[in-house]
Design a protein around this ligand. Sequence first.
Ligand code: ZN
Ligand code: ZN
Length: 724
Amino acid sequence: VPSPPKVLRVALDTPLRRLFDYLPPEAPVPLAPGLRVRVPFGRGERVGVLIECAERSELPLARLKRVKCVLDTEPALSADAHALVLFAADYYQHPLGEVYAAALPARLRAGVALEASETHYRAGAPARTRLGPRQAALLAALAGAPLSREAIEARAPGSGPTLATLLKRGLIESLEVPAAARALPARPAAPGPALGHAQTSALEALTAALGRFAPFLLAGITGSGKTEVYLRLIACALAAGRQALVLVPEIALTPQTVERFATRLGVPIALLHSGLSDGERLAMWRAARCGAARVVIGTRSAVFASLPELGVIVVDEEHDSSYKQQEGARYSARDLAVLRARAAGVPVVLGSATPALETLQNVAEGRYLRLELPERAGGARSPTLATIDLRVHAMNGALATPAVLAMERHLGAGGQVLLYLNRRGFAPSLYCPGCAWIAPCPACDARLTVHLRERRLRCHHCGASGPLPFACPRCATELKPVGQGTERVEETLARVFPGVAVLRIDRDTVRGRDGFAAAFAKVRDGSARILLGTQMLAKGHDFPNVSLVVVLDADQGLFSTDFRASERLAQNIIQVAGRAGRADRPGEVLVQSACPAHPLLAKLVAQGYGAFASAALAERRHAGLPPFSHLALIAAEAKTASAPMAALTSLREQAGAVAPVRILGPAPAVLERKADRYRAQLLIESPERRPLKLALERIAQLIEATPGRSRVRLSLEVDPLEVG
Ligand SMILES: [Zn+2]
Ligand SMILES: [Zn+2]
């Protein structure tokens, strides 16, 4: 028998970047990394995760406290998920305890049992007094194996009060026994449509990789049948006795998506997303962990779910920015999915019609294998794209005359029209023609958006709102809304297309999963003819009757300080364009811009996303930007204006990075004041990962040691998605 370890090193959910040493419990128990332990901490107790057993501590053993109890007999996470948590903490320079906390359901962090249990009852001490006939009968029934309340009720209906009485008298005792994870419903699998040629060869390549690590990009235009390929691949993994993990963007986890997987695969499916209660989340998580659920469909944090028999991972719409966690442990679920696949030795499929430039570069460098679905299923033709030059045409509000004419044509032919504008509200600013005053947010360096129907001004950065003023507070001139938001376009449409049903889809009009379902039902049954919306429309919903798409303002994305803005714009344009057209009616896409000759926009419109991506990658290579370099962002925010810059300047001096790592800044954030806090940032850039990681380790230590952390909040983000 090996002697018990002297020290247990435990990860706790605190912002401190270290493990906490404890003595093992007095009574010897099995110990292994990944077990949850309850430990004294400060004046209270915490639940942490045992990370390693050690022989020594930096502290004298006499000063260490003892673990109160070991909660588990086996690790909470499967080995590959545990390894992923350790990797993520190291790579993203985030405290391990916080990453582990993000990976576990809230109730497990509070210490509930790993496995579901159920109360059973059995006869206890023999009775010394006379019993009634019902009591005697119940005791006789419970003399053998313990029974659940349901089983008792089935044998002796109405025996609840008797059970309670006998429990109170100690004649019956209760005990907790493991319950089979509440099985999720499964339906018989339905057959799918026949596969096209490209789908068949993609599926062959994918199934051949089952049983080993292999990363794939499944590049397929909208409507090319990517989901069908996922379903067949998953069915193969299931047939081999394995589980599947499917990651989807937050917004795509609709009842229709789930329904499609459930009816086709015929196995119990666990869903993991932010809309679950703690109890539901725990039940789903347990079903995945014990193997009762064969498929897990979830949003980004599901990448950490425990799947003991994981056989394949799918990341749908891999370019979607909702895979990036923007608070706390700032990880990319897409990137972690690839690492998890490697740890588990399984294939991973990243699917998209508009792959991220990083992913395309991984293909170019031979790390990922590209599979192509170049055609729309059923022979539908891809839509044609053209630009409308906003400088030369008369405007009806946000609509240039050629767009109005095209809309009349398509509506007249019975088609639906989709208008895309990534700006909600009535107008992005309220302006005084008398003195040029513009309504500012009191808490941000931003203008307030006019919401005319509610008669309010709202800040889209901090959420502040106030009543809509009629006259200028400085000179009393009547104020004018300037610019176009979806609410204003809706008003224009009512004027230009009277009597045509318009459906606006943005965060002001559609809320929650049910709101989506209701809105999309109106689109599908044709009761809405013109759809108008923000990027909510670009995400994964099919509108088969839409024959014309108008992108109202492409210029927002072309001239941003964020180097990824043009990539996001191109992805959004192609994603909304993908909603247009079908077999008998090819779609048309019109992109309104005041600079149609912009090289990236011109490439996108004339040659498509692939040509755009090549040109954008060439620009990034030239500028030394990701994926040709690696970035980290140190953000500082504070209530006083000078504190963030001062903190970052001092951090930069102490960090003293060595080449090839470059430290850029500090500089005030583009929106320097947000929600009454001042913000600045420092960029750390390196052509290679290794030196960047070394520099970040040092900076993370400095951040932790920075005095006055409470006044200036410093955060570190590796591979930031939004810069500027
Ligand atoms: Zn004025
Ligand atoms: Zn604000």
